[in-house]
Design a protein around this ligand. Structure first.
Ligand code: 4AD
Ligand code: MG
Length: 480
């Protein structure tokens, strides 16, 4: 007999037919009740044994963390906490787990901090919280593809190893096959990358945007969804050195179209999660409610997790120009009372996450799309506005997260782009192909990047980005 996944078992009616399940023991109480979880759902299946009928040798191996196979009959549960349970007729121990050693791990059945879970990242998928987050992450990935595929976008695989710095920010991990102890040198004594694997300097991509633009200029609508890498030394709860980014790029879209796309896309994937991940969201919501109980009243959430998600779907994102935002920030209480670490004194200032969060959480109290930023604080490829001071950039800001999306209408005019690259010291030689797009049938086009982990953070209500990716890469940490 083939085993059935617990998620399906819990959807069936009790019958006299036997079934088989496999999974990991979460707990074994009173020599009678085994809680088994197989990862197909957050819910455990209660399996009840008459211990008198089983060999002591088998019973002693039913311990937390062990992997077992159970045969039995599904019946209505007598006890509280579950409607169905399995009356066990057979048990096979597939893999034991020594209780003395389990005690030292996060598998032991008690509350462990998220920090502790991170230290044992290879085991944390067996906990309720991380299991729920990872199932949601998987569903959200699917929703991303479904949204774009339903709307006529082509999925594009952009290179992981590149020779360009798409963001012009220089925060890149080098890729080299040279011997670091004895690299070949050129006449000037510098490392000679001409002798390296690719015969040039290369790095891990920071963004697939530039390559995505080349495809948008032929396929019309494309999107990428892949890993990106940033060697920025940001040790925060919202930064990773390796994160997954979704980057749509669309020919003929202007900035307003780009905002519409971002808003529609985000609402779609959140709705998808609400519809398809009910058990996991209910669990994560309860987790936050419990967490709130230990906090002072002012720090408690006004909305539950699912209320927050519905709020985002049901309301328009507020669209505000950078200039308006600066006015608000200049005159706001925390700025006047010098509560910001980076005070806002003048137009042109770069916005820090404290400012973004003030706008979203305190001032507008809803997701905000900021647009038309000063050219000086944004990347070279953004389209210059008629005022010649601002560019058609947009950032989507979310409560509790700050920036979740960064995007823009692209500079499609050859001369203007060339000038901007020169001014910002971006190599024309390296990016000749990017300039070519403006020579051969250029057109208005736009796109954006959404940091996938920041989306998962928002949907799951987790507080640290390290807890929404299987194996986080952050400054000083690349274990597993
Ligand atoms: O704003 P960013 O840097 O924009 C770009 O890379 C553009 N090329 C995107 C485009 O227009 N196609 O990054 C986009 C998003 C941010 O809004 C944020 O959500 C996420 O990527 N992000 C990070 N997420 C986690 N860790 C980091 N270190 C991140 N840096 C950016
Ligand atoms: Mg950005």
């Amino acid at each position: 007999m083939k085993h059935t996944e617990i998620v399906h078992v819990l959807q069936t009616e009790p019958t006299i037919n036997e079934l088989k399940i496999r999974g990991w023991v979460r707990s074994f109480r009173s020599n009678r009740f085994i809680a088994v979880n197989d990862g197909s759902t957050i819910k455990n299946l209660q399996c009840v044994i008459d211990f008198e009928n089983f060999d002591q040798d088998i019973l002693k191996d039913i311990t937390t963390g062990a992997c077992i196979e159970i045969t039995g009959v599904l019946v209505k549960s007598q006890g509280q906490g579950q409607t169905l349970e399995v009356q066990v007729s057979g048990i096979v121990i597939l893999g034991t787990a020594d209780p003395e050693q389990v005690k030292l791990t996060i598998l032991s059945p008690k509350r462990h901090s998220l920090e502790k879970l991170r230290e044992q990242a290879h085991l944390r998928v067996r906990t309720n919280t991380f299991g729920a987050v990872m199932r949601l992450r998987s569903k959200l990935s699917f929703a991303v593809h479904e949204y774009f595929q339903k709307n006529g976008f082509n999925y594009m695989h952009t290179p992981i190893i590149t020779g360009s710095d798409a963001e012009g920010a220089g925060e890149m991990f080098k890729v080299s096959a040279l011997d670091p102890k004895n690299p070949p040198l050129d006449d000037k004594g510098n490392v000679n990358y001409k002798e390296d694997f690719f015969a040039k300097e290369t790095n891990l991509t920071v963004s697939g945007q530039l390559e995505a633009e080349t495809f948008a200029m032929g396929l019309g609508k494309v999107y990428t969804f892949g890993p990106t890498f940033r060697a920025e030394n940001s040790n925060t709860s919202r930064h990773l050195a390796e994160f997954w980014m979704i980057e749509p790029e669309v020919a003929f879209n202007d900035l307003a179209d780009n905002m519409d796309l971002a808003e529609d896309f985000i609402k779609y994937v959140i709705s998808y999660a609400l519809e398809n991940c009910q058990d996991d969201l209910a669990f994560l919501e309860q987790r936050l409610i419990e967490e709130d109980k230990s906090k002072p009243a002012v720090e408690r959430q006004e909305m539950t997790l699912r209320e927050k998600l519905h709020f985002v779907i049901d309301n328009n994102f507020k669209r505000v120009s950078y200039t308006e935002a600066i006015d608000i920030l200049k005159n706001c209480k925390p700025n006047k009372k010098k509560k910001f670490k980076y005070p806002i004194n003048q137009w042109g200032a770069d916005l820090q996450s404290e400012h973004e969060r003030f706008l979203v959480e305190k001032h507008f109290k809803c997701p905000v799309i900021l647009f038309d930023y000063p050219a000086t604080i944004k990347a070279f490829y953004m389209r210059l506005n008629e005022d010649e001071k601002t560019v058609r950039a947009m950032d989507v800001l979310f409560p509790g997260i700050g920036e979740i999306v960064g995007g823009s209408q692209r500079e499609e005019r050859y001369d203007v782009l060339k000038q901007k690259m020169k001014a910002m010291d971006i190599s024309e030689e390296e990016l000749y192909w990017y300039l070519d797009l403006r020579k051969f049938g250029t057109c208005t086009h736009s796109g954006f990047g959404l940091g996938f982990e920041r989306l998962v953070l928002f949907v799951t209500g987790m507080g640290n980005i390290r807890d929404v990716i299987p194996y986080p890469r952050t400054p000083g940490n690349a274990e597993f």
